[in-house]
Design a protein around this ligand. Structure first.
Ligand code: APR
Length: 312
């Protein structure tokens, strides 16, 4: 069986960490690509990672390049190109710069890998997935955004910390845009099958929800730049489900038209991920409060997409 090919656009903090985990899990041959000014850094990171292979025992090819020819025929392309947040910035503050970058890289990716599945990571996430979809003209099931896997991982981390249990036992769902108004769904959170509401008091749970919502900002404040281990872990969870056709149900920014009555935008919803991309969007029941939070988050995404429409 031929190994999958994964190209990662942007060999910065998130891109390089994605390459690391993809290689360690032998998910695919990996191509890291960045701008020509950073060719040395990109090649250096690829070579450094390749030199870890004899110790870690992974057999994949890792290439560092500034030439899209090397990415040709990729099965999956992860777009991390763009500028990250600095302290005091919201994800929305990145929109002007990152629309230009995501547009430019998507044009090149679509030309060199016309059958690829695109996973967008650049922020503001939901608007950048929308950009990549508009520019690539790919069918919507082959364009998806990574945000929910990260946000839910943060939420699960805080729940496990509070209970003092294994993170492996926490299962949760989160919906909406990748902003501070994202919607962690307490009603759909369980720990080894036990509803979380039986294990953590309501006021503490509300604090955890709030911390998860602001989780990206918490890291930016601590480090002076944005997170990369957990975002990359979220990406690789998606890549694995796609290249191994696992059909995992993961919270991702998937295209919703009639689904949840969104009307043609990418927002965080439970998606079945397999070799075809987003193979299905699962519609769950939301109560009045959950629906109101979801709709408010979606309307924020729509505003940003209108801004993008003016820039494309
Ligand atoms: N083509 C290819 N790479 C590009 C381009 C481009 N046109 N423009 C910028 N890049 C590269 C930069 O050179 C840099 O190496 O994207 C990389 C981004 O890396 P970092 O600055 O380290 O940012 P990172 O923390 O990886 O975040 C990337 O993901 O989580 C989001 O908000 C975050 O939008 C940001 C993105």
């Amino acid at each position: 069986m031929q190994r999958a090919k994964l190209s990662i656009i942007g060999a910065g903090a998130v891109g390089a960490t994605c390459a690391h985990w993809a290689a360690a899990k032998e998910l695919a041959d990996v191509v890291l690509i960045d701008i020509p000014d950073k060719l040395g850094m990109t090649q250096g990171r690829a070579l450094d990672l390749a030199e870890a292979a004899p110790v870690e025992g992974f057999d994949v090819k890792i290439t560092g390049t500034d030439d899209y020819k090397d990415t040709a025929g990729s099965d999956v392309v992860v777009i991390t190109a763009g500028i990250p947040r600095k302290p005091g910035m919201s994800r929305d503050d990145l929109v002007q710069t990152n629309v230009r970058i995501v547009r430019q890289v998507t044009e090149q990716v679509a030309a060199s890998s016309p059958d690829a599945i695109l996973i967008v990571v650049s922020n503001p996430l939901d608007a950048m997935v929308y950009t990549a979809h508009r520019v690539s003209c790919f069918p919507h099931w082959r364009v998806v955004g990574q945000a929910g896997c990260l946000d839910v991982a943060r939420y699960c981390t805080f729940i496990a910390m509070e209970i003092g249990c294994s993170v492996e036992d926490v299962r949760a769902l989160l919906m909406g845009g990748h902003g501070d108004d994202m919607v962690p769904l307490v009603r759909y959170t369980t720990v080894s099958g036990i509803p979380v509401t039986q294990l953590i008091p309501a006021d503490k749970l509300e604090e955890i929800v709030q911390r998860a919502r602001m989780g990206g900002g918490e890291i930016v404040k601590l480090m002076g730049s944005s997170a990369y281990y957990a975002p990359a872990a979220g990406v690789i969870q998606m890549v694995e489900s796609i290249v191994r056709d696992k059909k995992r149900i993961l919270p991702c920014a998937g295209y919703c038209d009639k689904e949840y009555r969104v009307g043609g935008y990418f927002v965080g919803v439970p998606c079945v991920l397999g070799t075809k991309g987003v193979e299905r969007i699962i519609e769950i029941e939301l109560d009045a409060e959950e629906r109101q939070m979801f709709e408010s988050s979606v309307s924020h995404v729509k505003e940003l997409c209108k801004l993008v429409d003016g820039m494309l």
